[in-house]
Design a binder for this molecule. Structure first.
Ligand SMILES: NC(=O)c1ccc[n+]([C@@H]2O[C@H](COP(=O)([O-])OP(=O)(O)OC[C@H]3O[C@@H](n4cnc5c(N)ncnc54)[C@H](O)[C@@H]3O)[C@@H](O)[C@H]2O)c1
Length: 255
């Protein structure tokens, strides 16, 4: 089968671990060059080393404007262009209803999960406009249907989905497509940590299998496959879409 992302230059945030790592590997396998930007700089560099000459690892905190600006600049310097930004970096904390959420927790959640999109767009927009590029956001099914005890996280992901639509409209005239993927559960270091924080980690894992109508909590490869599609020419007429990659977790009443 022909490559889905031949010669593309893709910057992915939060690319050192979990869903981002799987996406970086999938993009490279499909012929893209990848800039892996992550607060875990050493892990990003290590992964880039595993991928080879068509990858670079960059230490980057998406909540800090200068750090994002430097990552965008380094990507363009290294590969000469930028075709797509995948906003994937995110944090799951805090697991709390709103009135128990501290101001610091609220601010940190929004600084990483939502303002990170602002920074990458601010610094990458001109590059993307030049090539009629793509923006892809890792949102979450909870941004569409809600989740108990995660008010700030749900609000951030809901904001990301709304932003996906607003940006799709704003940038359509420039040929920039903007989409989001909405996973339900995905077995990553983030979800492993979350399970360990719950009262009964074993039954939490069973619950995570059961929330998906298809019967299991997936590995990140299912998200990477959807992301490859959305960034590829096969999705050339899709924009403003928040695509569930959720095994039917959101589908109505069931036993
Ligand atoms: N795992 C799930 O069940 C699930 C479900 C829905 C949505 N998501 C979303 O998917 C994305 C990836 O989650 P994951 O499960 O792979 O998490 P993860 O914790 O396994 O990986 C996240 C990566 O982002 C990096 N990161 C964190 N803060 C950062 C920052 N400020 N700047 C740059 N990088 C940063 C981490 O170092 C890590 O490499 C997140 O946006 C998350 O909200 C995950």
């Amino acid at each position: 089968m022909s490559l889905q992302l031949p010669g593309r230059i893709i910057l992915i945030t939060g690319g050192a671990d979990g869903i981002g790592r799987e996406c970086a590997l999938a993009y490279a396998k499909e012929g893209a060059s990848v800039a892996i930007a992550d607060v875990q700089g050493a892990r990003a560099v290590e992964l880039a080393g595993e991928i080879g000459a068509n990858a670079v690892g960059l230490e980057c905190d998406v909540s800090a404007g200068p750090s994002v600006e430097a990552a965008v600049r380094a990507t363009v310097e290294r590969f000469g262009r930028l075709d797509a930004v995948h906003n994937n970096a995110g944090i799951a904390t805090p697991s709390k209803p709103l009135h128990l959420t501290t101001e610091e927790e609220w601010d940190r959640q929004f600084a990483v999960n939502l303002k990170g999109v602002y920074w990458t767009t601010r610094y990458a927009h001109s590059e993307l406009a030049r090539v009629r590029g793509c923006i892809l956001n890792t949102a979450s099914m909870v941004g569409l249907i809600g989740q108990a005890d995660h008010a700030a996280y749900v609000a951030g992901k809901g904001g990301m989905i709304a932003l996906t639509k607003a940006m799709a409209l704003d940038y359509a005239a420039e040929g920039i497509r903007v989409n989001a993927v909405c996973p339900a559960g995905v077995m990553t270091p983030m979800l492993e940590r979350w399970c360990q924080e719950q009262r009964d980690p074993a039954s939490t894992k069973q619950y995570l299998d059961e929330i998906h109508a298809l019967g299991y909590c997936p590995q990140p490869d299912v998200i990477a496959d959807a992301c490859v599609f959305l960034l590829s020419d096969r999705a050339r007429f899709i924009t403003g879409c928040a695509l569930p990659v959720s095994g039917g977790a959101e589908l109505g009443y069931r036993r």
